[in-house]
Ligand binder design. Sequence first.
Ligand SMILES: Nc1ncnc2c1ncn2[C@@H]1O[C@H](COP(=O)(O)OP(=O)(O)OP(=O)(O)O)[C@@H](O)[C@H]1O
Length: 263
Amino acid sequence: MSTMLEVTDLGHTYPGKDGPHTAIDALGFTVAAGELVCVVGPSGCGKSTLLRTIAGLVTPSRGRVSLHGTPVDGVPADLAVVFQDYSRSLFPWLSVQKNVEFPLRSLPRAERAARAAEALTSVGLEGAGRKYPWQLSGGMQQRVAIARALAYRPALLLMDEPFASVDAQTRFELEDLLLRVRREQDTTVLLVTHDIDESVYLADRVLVLSKSPATVVAQLPVELGAERDQITTRASDEFVELRAKVAGLLQGTPAPAAEPATR
Ligand SMILES: Nc1ncnc2c1ncn2[C@@H]1O[C@H](COP(=O)(O)OP(=O)(O)OP(=O)(O)O)[C@@H](O)[C@H]1O
């Protein structure tokens, strides 16, 4: 598989009132084309700084980021970001359809409309194009934000805690939606989450970061297969073992040996 994203020796230090603060340090990893990688780390370890650096919104103090071989120095054209806060990421004065079309302004009108309609269908919102964001539930608004990112057909989709602001049931639905569309569209995804279970459920690989300044502590391949199910996958021995491993790494202790399954 070809490399989509390469992060090399990346570090960022913010200047601060009380002196400089190093948020991330010597971070290095790659993401292959078509892969879904989840990033977990202790609160405040620098996960958002990492995403903002990859998105070209923050210029790193050192190291580099390359997107399919091209160094990132500014916001890359073929990248989309989905943030946690859907209420601030959609334009309230534009209809759902126009919100999804917004990043496609350079395309002819008919193609724009077709792509937006296709993306809205893939997130289960066909027919909602004329509504306005404020007429939709939080989960539906986040679907619109995902549709907007997908319609753009980015080389890399960055997601910063995308499901943290919705209720548990909606969260499960959106997780499954993400798994389905990335399979259908072969999207490359880098997703930051606080939720250990979510990271294991979604990922092909979980990247565990240390406390601030963040470095990569471990990269765990997730061998749960492509077909995942909220109930059976989460109850499987492999899932439970991996979750314990990630939790152990986050606490800075090795995971206890897995208990034999008792059923
Ligand atoms: N613009 C900034 N200027 C100065 N310091 C900053 C800035 N942005 C973030 N920081 C600091 O850098 C550190 C990492 O922040 P960041 O938001 O990247 O972490 P995070 O892991 O995403 O946090 P959380 O888990 O709370 O979402 C924090 O200590 C934060 O206070």
